[in-house]
Design a binder for this molecule. Structure first.
Ligand code: F6R
Length: 231
């Protein structure tokens, strides 16, 4: 896939979810054994719900897909309700009937595991309020490896909305920028007026470690944004 950026503004989050589901659906139709890096967070949940409905209606078969975990808080005990892996399992892997999962357990072996699969076909990503991808917090260059990071105040604040009063862990393990930018295609989903400035910085500004998402323009990138994020 040749690098190139496609940006599409959708009227609302419902349309964004539908169009994003169509996008992944068409990739799985072409390649049933697709390897997909999977973001959690709020933005892709509508898309995942649409895909799950198609699987239930037997119009989509994801049984050959491999899901690769994008990030996880560090140091959580098993069964902790804040696990991003559990969120990925209940929002994406289980409802889509996916059997193969590459967890992000050990940063030292993760890249080799992804390479052994032949690399990522697709990375599904949300945009952090500070321009992070996964938990690649700024400043962060394109070669940053899979590693443990300390979360920035912006990320701690935005992640608080996920956990209903529970604390957000201060550290996380993230797939590196090297892994994310190595995907043959990247899909960035963005919604809400609070993301407008950072999306513009990522798409219209210079490539800079201050906005890790600005490096996505090196990839075959599709951006679906609602009208509030990209008027
Ligand atoms: C989640 C993740 C994060 C989010 C980003 C946007 O696995 O890696 O980078 O994608 O923080 O989050 P939402 O979609 O909740 O605004």
């Amino acid at each position: 896939m040749t690098p190139g950026v496609t940006v599409r503004t959708l009227p609302d989050t419902l349309m964004l979810a539908e169009v994003a589901a169509d996008w992944l659906d068409s990739r799985i139709a072409r390649r049933p054994d697709l390897t997909v890096l999977v973001a959690t967070g709020q933005t892709p949940m509508g898309m995942y719900g649409r895909l799950a409905a198609r699987v239930r209606a037997s119009t989509l078969d994801c049984s050959g897909v491999t899901a690769v975990q994008l990030d996880e808080y560090a140091g959580l005990p098993d069964g902790d309700p804040r696990s991003l892996r559990d969120w990925m399992m209940r929002s994406f892997v289980t409802p889509l009937g996916i059997h193969k999962v590459v967890p992000l357990d050990d940063p030292a072996t993760f890249t080799a595991q992804v390479e052994a699969l032949g690399g990522l076909d697709v990375a599904i990503l949300g945009l952090g309020p500070n321009g992070h991808l996964g938990f690649n917090e700024p400043p962060c260059g394109p070669d940053a490896p899979t590693r443990t990071v300390t979360l920035t105040p912006e990320s701690l604040l935005s992640n608080r909305s996920y956990w209903n009063g529970l604390n957000v862990p201060m550290q996380a393990v993230t797939a590196g920028m090297d892994v994310i930018l190595g995907a043959r295609e990247t899909l960035l989903l963005v919604s809400g007026a609070h993301k407008r400035g950072i999306l513009s910085a990522a798409l219209d500004g210079p490539e800079t470690p201050a906005v890790p998402a600005s490096y996505l323009r090196r990839t075959a990138l599709t951006v679906f944004a609602d009208r509030e994020a990209r008027p």
